[in-house]
Design a protein around this ligand. Sequence first.
Ligand code: PMP
Length: 412
Amino acid sequence: MSEAQADSAQNGSTPVDLLDKFAAIDAARAEMASHGEDPTRVVLDGLISPTEARSQGRRLLLAGTNNYLGLTFHPDCVAAGQDALARFGTGTTGSRMANGNYTGHEALERAFAEFYDLPHAMLFSTGYAANLGVLNALVGPDDAVLLDADAHASLYDGCKLAGVPVYRFKHNDPASLDKRLKRLGDRARRALVVVEGLYSILGDSAPLAEIAQIKAQHGAYLFVDEAHSLGIYGAHGRGVVESAGIENQVDFVVGTFSKSLGATGGYCVSPHAITDLLRYASRPYIFTASLCPSVVATVHAALDVIRADDSHRKSLWRNARALYEGLAAAGFALGPECSPVVAVRHPDRGAVIQAWQALLGAGVYVNLIVPPASPDGGSLLRLSVSAAHTPAQIDELLQAFETHCQALRPAR
Ligand code: PMP
């Protein structure tokens, strides 16, 4: 960094150079790494199982992977991926709209439509692209998006790409949504309410029954991102839309393959026939290469596993309850409800960074979340539970928090 850059970063003056703005990022990164490793650059050299890895010669217990159902090494998924790799090659080298539309993509779309019992489904190359792609095609400057204040960055980015006016409502607050829809008057019929099923940082679920009722009263549309709830909520694993009983009231369900399905990619399902037309208006769908055939095959196999066998979901919830209840009993301040995402919260960023480093030193990997990524200005350690965690590994996590995270316990 140049002297001028350092000066302007220190005294907060307007940057004069194109690269000046990176000084603040550099300082934040240095703070996170100040007590040991850079939390954004942990390298996994090899995977022992879905819940254990080798990193720099030591074994790490993984509790921040979003590998909720532990399917990344499921024999059916691995075999399906290997077979597709051998038969279709390493990649499609093109967009779905051109040379990148293989039989596997079409079959996976049909499988998703069938799984949700909805007529229309569409794949995207990531979950991020699914949110950008659906919003980009569906809404524009003359429409309106009512967005939960804690929504994921991809939902904000999708609105930016669409150029749609955004009205934020208070997180998980149906009354706040109602107020904003009322203010829109007749424009409410051109409004899309955008929420998540399970929020990814604090692990709290959306009150979807109330939200669906309010959107219907105003003639608006409802979009639910089920990135963290697919395969986890609902009797069939169809997410919070299923557990909240609103499957016939939702307009667009969007999700990702990068969590419970253990791969990469995204999807949208919908009862609306225009879903097929989104393909022609969605830049993140048109202008990027389609999913690799091997990825499509592993996702299809993982979806078949979810449909045929609920034992993974049951193990996941057993583990989630044990971890959430164990940490609550130990006195940590957690998110508002038990879910596979467990947030250990503390207002002091430095203390949370130190605790993260201490856990890593003891061979335990969790996610470090600091502002602006945290919803309330505080910091937190985010754990995601997997069906593949053994009861002994859950005990190991509880013990590690007991030993290394005393400073995160609120004063009694
Ligand atoms: N939506 C939510 C709520 C997410 O948490 C994420 C990823 N963390 C995404 C979308 C994007 O998914 P992907 O990683 O598949 O791009």
